[in-house]
Ligand binder design. Structure first.
Ligand code: AMP
Length: 172
């Protein structure tokens, strides 16, 4: 874990002043760090019978795809509005400034699925809470929530539903 941490770049004041951005591109470009991230993420779910991994646009697509591949599960993209070509369901949620919407294909998940929703960083939790509520509408057997990084000081876990099983590889 220390190795991955050493490959994460802190970028001050991105995308706006006051934000310390945890940049994972420097870890993803490092073969050993990418391998450890993929392996460690997947170890948490090996015996859970996971059938679908939902990745949140866009940084959640990277770890989410690796996780799906490692678990022998399918991959489902959760995207910004207007990007998915077929019929979708959507959720709108509050951001610090204004609102945001995410979408998922209406036929992406069934009641027989066991789902992991993955994003790179848990910050305020608003994005994941919206994604969780979206996936919940499909009434799958189980929903797990996975992050590479959790920014504990922002208390993102508190806005996630109490029944969400949340894991993160690295806490700051
Ligand atoms: P949230 O505030 O939890 O809804 O986060 C919104 C999105 O922005 C998530 O997809 C995070 O990956 C990303 N994000 C928010 N804050 C940071 C940060 N400090 N460093 C890296 N990514 C962040």
């Amino acid at each position: 874990m220390e190795y991955i941490k050493s490959k994460i770049r802190d970028v001050a004041d991105f995308p706006q002043k006051g934000v310390m951005f945890k940049d994972l591109t420097t870890a993803f470009k490092d073969p050993r760090a990418l391998h450890i991230i993929g392996w460690d993420l997947s170890q948490l779910y090996r015996d859970k019978g996971v059938t679908k991994v939902v990745g949140i646009e866009s940084r959640g697509f990277i770890g989410g795809s690796i996780l799906a591949f490692e678990l022998g599960a399918g991959f489902v993209p959760c995207r910004k509005p207007g990007k998915l070509p077929a019929d979708t369901i959507s959720a709108t949620y509050d951001k610090e400034y204004g609102k945001d919407t995410i979408e998922i294909h209406r036929d992406a998940i069934t009641e027989d699925d066991i789902v992991v929703i993955h994003d790179d960083v848990l910050a305020t939790g608003g994005t994941m809470a919206a994604a969780y509520n979206l996936v919940k509408q499909f009434n799958p057997k189980r929903i797990y929530v996975s992050f590479i990084i959790e920014l504990s000081s922002l208390h993102g876990r508190d806005v996630l539903p109490a029944d969400a099983e949340v894991t993160s590889l690295i806490k700051y």
